[in-house]
Design a protein around this ligand. Structure first.
Ligand SMILES: [Zn+2]
Ligand SMILES: [Zn+2]
Length: 143
């Protein structure tokens, strides 16, 4: 993830306006919330800017995705979108109990899609998610 100042510079390069709202969103993301949902970003930014609209937050996150500064990670359990500030190829552990989403520090060299199975797609990235229960959830609800 770039610093808030780098994102300001990037937005300016693209001819996008820098508002105090956008700057606050950049700062919130740069502070390193891990895989926040748009709603979480909205709530955090709202602490400093109570009048910010949800629309502004959602639009800015979409713009950051379009610029390649954020990657969308699907949270299949609640069909919400989570945003990843780590844009390089990596994989995730997902807790089905508390919806914690953490990065896996492991690459899978052997993970390849044979051409015949790729249905003519040009593959640009892949992402593996391991679903389970985190240690905290295992303690509170053993199964
Ligand atoms: Zn959990
Ligand atoms: Zn991640």
């Amino acid at each position: 993830m770039k610093s808030a100042e780098d994102m300001v510079a990037l937005f300016r390069q693209q001819g996008l306006k820098i508002t105090p709202q956008r700057r606050a969103i950049f700062e919130t993301l740069a502070e390193g919330a891990v895989h926040p949902s748009a709603e979480e970003v909205y709530r955090r930014v709202q602490e400093g800017l109570p009048d910010i609209s949800r629309m502004t937050v959602y639009n800015t996150l979409r713009e950051l995705v379009a610029l390649g500064e954020l990657v969308e990670v699907e949270d299949v359990s609640s069909s919400a979108m989570r945003y990843d500030t780590e844009t390089g190829n990596h994989h995730h552990l997902f807790c089905l109990g508390c919806h914690a989403l953490v990065d896996v520090d492991q690459s899978f060299e052997a993970l390849e899609l044979p051409q015949a199975a790729a249905a003519g797609y040009r593959i640009v990235r892949h992402q593996v998610t391991f679903y389970g229960y985190c240690p905290t959830c295992q303690k509170s609800n053993p199964r």
